[in-house]
Ligand binder design. Structure first.
Ligand code: ATP
Ligand code: MG
Length: 371
């Protein structure tokens, strides 16, 4: 089968690598340039969305910030999964919040802001401290403000006002959640409505960007997360891999946000799960049976941010797998990730301590916890 991915980044690249053994051939459509490219080599194959769709059996996406006209063309083809509405939901926090309410899953109290009066109502209903997020276009913690005290209202408002000059834009004010930790659930749902979820992963962010992701074993929390996942996926009649980010507040889960695609916090599945998230996404959208999501060995994923070289000795460490994305180096950019696996948790901890010694502490600040 031939699968077209909207977006030509690392997620399309890893789908391509995962699809090859099943004879699933992936091409990527660079939404910004209108070019059809090879997801691994970035070689230019052709041009135009209609052309790209005509040559594919299935169309899917690796990101959610896609112009509506592009989504409409894909939807009309009848080949698009998880489909236009799912991508729009992931790309607009207003639609996302409405979906979470409809699915009756707990999420942070919120208020949508279009003007100063809305901001004042938000302060009243949501309270201070609050987190303010642009409805459109935010990622990796960008497009956010923290209102810590009333005194900062005016200075934050002047920045928000600038942003709201774009009439399509809105800002979603959210109560500040005093979470103990952040976890995410990545799972797949196919057209028959079958659901398979991976173990919950605990996520560590540094400056708003994911830096570490580790599957955890918590039966009770896993069950709660799976129920919420199923409610969200069923409400959207979702097909494909879906990721849900949660705040864990004393064992209670609140949904932070959803991503209608394979997710950075699921990259550990390449070495740590029976079937990786990229293969399961392809299986789901191609109408194939889902693969087992079982954890096969303790694994941790470390993001490589803004670096394009690593000490060669990492390759000598058993269970250490480096995944580069082939991107040009830029400060803070997601350049690749390292999956570290071991047979036992204690051995994984020992390997992570070894890695923490070898990796530059400035480039990998989250690794300091293993020193
Ligand atoms: P990404 O796309 O990388 O997941 P994002 O830009 O979409 O990030 P969020 O996930 O909404 O943004 O927020 C980024 C981080 O900010 C969260 O992982 C969390 O650490 C913190 N955060 C977000 N919302 C809240 C909240 N309501 N209360 C407390 N912290 C929050
Ligand atoms: Mg997030």
């Amino acid at each position: 089968m031939r699968v077209l991915v909207l977006g030509a980044g690392q997620l399309a690249r890893m789908m391509s690598l995962a699809g090859a053994p099943l004879n699933l051939s992936i091409t990527a459509f660079d939404v910004a340039s209108g070019k059809i490219v090879h997801p691994l080599t970035q070689a230019h194959i052709g041009d135009g969305l209609e052309n790209a769709i005509a040559q594919a059996d299935v169309v899917t996406a690796e990101f959610e910030h896609i112009p509506q006209d592009v989504l409409e063309v894909c939807e009309k083809s009848g080949k698009f999964l998880p489909g236009m509405q799912a991508i729009l939901t992931g790309g607009d926090r207003r639609i996302e919040k409405a979906l979470l309410d409809k699915a009756q899953v707990k999420n942070a109290k919120y208020h949508v802001i279009k003007n100063k009066a809305d901001f004042e109502s938000a302060i009243e209903t949501v309270g201070v401290p609050m987190v303010l997020k642009t409805a459109l276009g935010g990622y990796d913690g960008k497009g956010q403000w923290r209102l810590k005290e009333q005194a900062d209202v005016d200075s934050i408002w002047s920045e928000m006002e600038e942003c709201l000059a774009d009439t399509k834009q809105a800002i979603v004010a959210e109560e500040f959640v005093p979470f103990n930790r952040e976890v995410s659930l990545v799972g797949a749902r196919n057209a028959k409505g079958e659901v398979a979820v991976y173990p919950l992963a605990e996520n560590v962010h540094t400056d708003g960007v994911l830096s570490l992701s580790t599957p955890i074993n918590d039966i009770e929390l896993q069950e709660k997360a799976k129920q919420m996942f199923t409610a969200v996926a069923e409400t959207m009649d979702y097909v494909g891999v879906l990721a849900i980010e949660f705040f864990d507040v004393n064992g209670e889960l609140l949904v932070n946000e959803i991503a209608p695609r394979v997710h950075n916090s699921g990259h550990w599945t390449q070495q740590g799960a029976e079937t990786c998230q990229f293969e399961n996404h392809l299986r789901a959208v191609c109408g194939l049976p889902l693969g087992s999501t079982k954890l096969v060995r303790p694994t941790c994923m470390i993001n490589i941010l803004g670096e394009d070289t690593l000490p060669e000795e990492l390759l000598k460490l058993e269970g250490c797998h480096i995944h580069w994305y082939g991107k040009d180096k830029r400060a803070g950019r997601k350049m690749g990730h390292i999956n570290v696996s071991a047979e036992y948790t204690a051995e994984l901890d020992r390997k992570l301590a070894l890695l923490a010694d070898v990796l530059d502490n400035k480039a990998f600040p989250a690794m300091q916890r293993f020193n």
